[in-house]
Design a protein around this ligand. Structure first.
Ligand code: HEC
Length: 133
């Protein structure tokens, strides 16, 4: 059995360990490590303002009229996307974006592309059952 003094030391030790680990965790949160440019934030605002998600999906969530755009940046490239946004198609509306707005949307799509892969078929499954993408 632990003496009263030993119990006190143990409680103090555990409290300090808990507090230090909490401070460590909240100081190095993953989202704080990632720097998002202002252009990218503007792109995200445009994405919401024009409701691209009504027709497009991100990680499979969204409307199903158009394709999933999570990895469109690496799949199609910026020139293709810019051309698409400038001219629209019969089904995709033409939004009359300015040069700067197109750059912002490209920055947003690039950031989203780097966040991971949306298509589960492109995952690599390891022998221990974990996945890499
Ligand atoms: C009314 C529905 C609709 C909205 C809103 C919409 N899109 Fe689309 N989008 C489509 C459709 C449908 C296609 C496929 C068009 C085609 O192949 O003719 C498409 C295609 C695209 C493509 C090409 C994808 C590829 O792999 O070929 C990009 C990039 C794109 N949209 C970006 C956007 C962005 C950015 C927004 C918001 C500013 C947006 N779209 C809003 C319907 C929409």
């Amino acid at each position: 059995m632990l003496s009263e003094k030993q119990k006190l030391v143990l409680i103090i030790f555990l409290t300090i360990a808990f507090l230090s680990y909490s401070v460590y965790l909240y100081t190095f949160l993953p989202y704080k490590q990632r720097k998002i440019s202002e252009q990218c934030v503007k792109g995200m605002d445009l994405w919401q303002k024009y409701n691209c998600n009504a027709c497009h999906q991100v990680y499979g969530l969204g409307g199903y009229l158009g394709p999933d755009l999570t990895n469109v940046y690496s799949k199609r490239g910026p020139e293709y996307i810019a051309a698409f946004l400038q001219s629209g198609t019969q089904i995709m509306p033409k939004f009359n974006f300015s040069e700067d707005e197109i750059k912002s949307l490209l920055a947003f799509l690039e950031m989203m592309d780097k966040s991971g892969k949306a298509d589960p078929r492109t995952y690599k499954i390891n022998k221990d059952g974990t996945i890499e993408y």
